[in-house]
Design a protein around this ligand. Structure first.
Ligand code: ADP
Length: 287
């Protein structure tokens, strides 16, 4: 079975500890890794795909722990992946596949299939430099699938995409997850709301949640409220409560916020969004 097993994993850059004693088991199709910038997501992904050496702990991908074997099993799209700007879309994939030692005939077939999959068939002859951010990211996914990996690891794929491309990209990852493990990171909770069934939250190198989106939402079904606040009182309100959303209305500002004590009469309980449940989880750890 496809799986990623991580046991007692810690990692330091020099003296700086960036991952602390991580234990997770991923065998679910689409797994979202959520955490702020600097939480350690990229480091964890690089360790999983074998680009950073494991110093403490163990990682097994589909039962393999040898980095060479693991590299054969995984496809990886780093955040800063770029192609040669003057090269055409199809040629870029052929070029990278050749570097990967794929045989010419097989490679041609695979590239045709991947161009269809990521919806770039019409754009096959465009130069990479003329592609939008979203198209480049889809080309990146095609690149990471050249060797037909069992596990796909994608680092912050939705960063910088417009809303339409974001949705298209999330759907593509969802489709891929029907037959592979797709592990993808983001710092935006709503990226996971409709796609990931399981998620992990990484906070300053600590895994503080590993479970289903539904269970996380259920954990916080009690502590999220909204209320109307006068504009002049807003900054005082924010000092007292953790406000995660505010909407300008004609008669004031409607704020959504986290509150764990007894609610005031004017506070109206609302269902948590993934964003608010995520903030509560992080908040809880800091308290
Ligand atoms: P994320 O992907 O969640 O933004 P990273 O894994 O990139 O987090 O970074 C985790 C922490 O490790 C950050 O504090 C970052 O500054 C630090 N870091 C990342 N790469 C290096 C490096 N090569 N050398 C030293 N520190 C690093």
């Amino acid at each position: 079975m496809n799986s990623i097993e991580i046991k007692n994993l810690s990692f330091t850059y020099g003296k700086k500890k960036v991952l602390s004693d991580i234990n997770i088991s991923i065998n679910n199709a689409l797994y979202g890794l959520l955490g702020k910038n600097g939480a350690g997501k990229t480091t964890l992904m690089k360790l999983i795909v074998g680009l950073l050496p494991i110093k403490t702990g163990q990682i097994q991908v589909c039962g393999q722990s040898n980095p060479k074997e693991i590299r054969r099993l995984v496809g990886y799209l780093p955040q800063d992946f770029d192609f040669y700007p003057e090269m055409k879309v199809k040629d870029s994939l052929i070029y990278l596949g050749t570097l990967d030692n794929l045989k010419r005939f097989e490679l041609n077939q695979r590239v045709e299939m991947l161009l269809d999959l990521v919806n770039l068939n019409q754009d096959r002859n465009k130069k990479v430099k003329s592609l939008s951010g979203g198209m480049k990211r889809r080309l990146g996914i095609a690149q990471s699938l050249l060797n037909d990996p069992k596990v796909l690891v994608v680092d912050e794929p939705t960063a910088g995409l417009d809303p339409e491309e974001r949705i298209r990209f999330r759907n593509l990852l969802g489709d891929l997850a029907t037959e592979k493990i797709v592990l993808f990171s983001t710092h935006i909770a709503s990226d996971l709301e409709s796609t990931a069934t399981k998620l992990g939250i990484l906070d300053s190198g600590h895994f503080i949640y590993d479970g289903s989106v539904e269970d996380l939402l259920n954990q916080y079904s009690g502590g999220i409220y909204e209320t109307l606040v006068n504009r002049k009182d807003l900054s005082r309100f924010k000092e007292e409560y953790l406000v995660f959303e505010q909407k300008e209305l004609a008669n004031g500002i409607m704020v959504s916020f986290i509150h764990t004590g007894r609610p005031l009469d004017q506070f109206k309980r609302i269902s948590p969004s993934l964003e608010s449940a995520y903030l509560m989880k992080i908040h809880e750890r800091r308290d």
